[in-house]
Design a protein around this ligand. Sequence first.
Ligand code: WT7
Length: 705
Amino acid sequence: MTNTEETAALVSEAQIAVHWREEEYYYPSARFIAQANAADPRIYERFSEEHFPECFREYADLLDWDRYWHTTLDTTDPPFWKWFVGGRLNASYNCVDRHMEKSPNKAAIIWVPEPEEEATQAITYQELYRRVNEMAALLEGFCGLGPGDRVTLHMPMVPELPVVMLACARLGVIHSEVFAGFSGTACGGRIADSGSKVLITMDSYYRDGKVLDHKVKADEAVEAARKEGREVDKVLVFRRRPDEYHSASPMVQGRDYFVDEVMRDYAGKKVAPVSMPAEAPLFLMYTSGTTGRPKGAQHSTGGYLSYVAGTCKYFLDIHPDDTYWCFADIGWITGHSYIVYGPLSLGTTTVIYEGAPAFPDASRPWRIAERLGVNIFHTAPTTIRMLRKAGPELPAKHDFHFKLMVTVGEPIEPEVWRWYYDTVGKDEAVVVDTWWMTETGGFLGATLPAIKAMKPGSCGPAALGIYPAIYDEEGKAVDAGTGRAGNICIRNPWPGIMQTIWGQPERFVQTYYAKYNHDSASKDWHDWPFLCGDGAVQALDGYYRILGRIDDVINVAGHRLGTKELESAVLTVPEVAEAAAVPVIDELRGRVVEMYVSLKPGISASPELEDKAKAAIETEIGKVARPRNVWIVPDMPKTRSGKIMRRVIASISNFADVGDITTLANPDVVEGIRHHVQSQKLQRGDVPRQLTEKEMEEIRSFGNA
Ligand code: WT7
């Protein structure tokens, strides 16, 4: 490497100074404050560093424990922290039984099918209790599953999904739900990685007015798992409509079973909740990182459940009599924490919607909110942007009133924030911008809604009991108010943090701790800052602004896609020699993916090959990851050490300045690629709007090569 290249590699995206306009504050109404779970600012005092870790008792005390713990935080094996050691509890008991005893006829889940003519289902706590017990009996009796076993779920947004999750939790079985939009192949990889012998799926579901054949993916999943050496013994298939089967895939004798048929033997059966140690894993949630192999984030029972209960109570202000609707997919961590485990642990009513946000029109969410009396609404900027574009005036036509609204998953533009606040919130609702990630179980940054003012575009200060720091590449703290960005870390452990990466403990330490830990023998948690993976800036008021991922991850509509995963998928096309994924700024989806591909010698470019590359991504990962464009180029721009310069092609795709290319091994290819790509994009009408300074910096430093 030349000197210039070395310097370039040291300056990460996160270190670049960022300028933005400070936004004005918005304040909660007196009416909101009067009813809030946390209205006394002294709560921050209770969760201050001098009260750590005992402050988190307050969260754990929201749960019923079979046996109280003796050690709140055990740090003897860093960074494998153990919370509430000695304690025992059952997550399904905490989310179901204890509320059933108090209010059996209250709705636990209200399920809204996508077809509007199909009836909404209210599932009471009593009914949920019955269903969870029967399902647990089936999993135990028919599948032979017990504590510590893993089972993979590939389920859409139907009430059977939380029922199965809670049935697993009842038995101490570790569930691993894979987002239904992911392909069968992606699901198979996760089956193999987790070592599941059972796959639970559904024949079909509704999305955007269509019935999607989902069972076909189970066949691909079983096949993909087999290639990695894992045999699936049983595939349990729910039917979206009783007694009807909507799939082209044949049921395989001795492997595939309809749940409703097997269930006949388990009707009315009860299973005592298994008392699990606080540290027993509750579930795995796979996510993307820098290398191709997905990471199974392993979450605990006691720490995780305490953390989601506590954050639901204080940050989402959930009361037992609220009707809460989180418009995310249960296949992601948001759904696990803030559709299923958090709200149900507090005994509230959680709404689950099957389908697409704007089906059959962009008023659908507002009709649902009005009809069900939803008073807490939770969704992602990508959905907000889409609903705003499709019908900016529609919320005003419906008689719903939110007291609180949440945004999660990616930074929200202040303009979009203001529409959410004014038009959806009708100037009555507080907005809580929650920043966190799959690995962290629950919120890291958010405003306590009755206590802290809102500031559009900033997630707010750290959550209770979370002590962040922003470090530069050398590990020096970056001060608040300097306008300088750095790598945001959390200095302390907290109950919701993942326990490890399933089966890859070294990767866990390497990915999240190696960068800023200087003494791997230290037993002191102060020596183990957790690297969140985001760049961030802190303003003088202590609020954080999140700039996006510092690793090779592209956030498409709130879905984390690893560039390596995308590239490996395209490399399954035999004609492809090299592939590089880059983000393109998109008005609605935040970022979309574009792929650059070079072909093996003797093969010429064709639209068919572009389609093959797109299809490969759909097969290996899923439709969410489908690139907008595939550009076949004669040669990739590379450094002299052979590294693809992703920032150069990212700049081209975004019509940004390509920057310094003098250190490239082949600077002459750049102009040809630029001309080809940009003229095609102009022809297709696919030109991004003028980028902001911050977006420009992100693109110019993408991949950091
Ligand atoms: C990444 C994590 C959080 C659960 C759903 C996504 C980005 C998340 C915010 C926010 C700005 C955000 C970060 C983070 N992100 N929330 N409020 N403001 N950025 O979980 O798939 O693990 O993605 O999403 O970049 O690292 P995930």
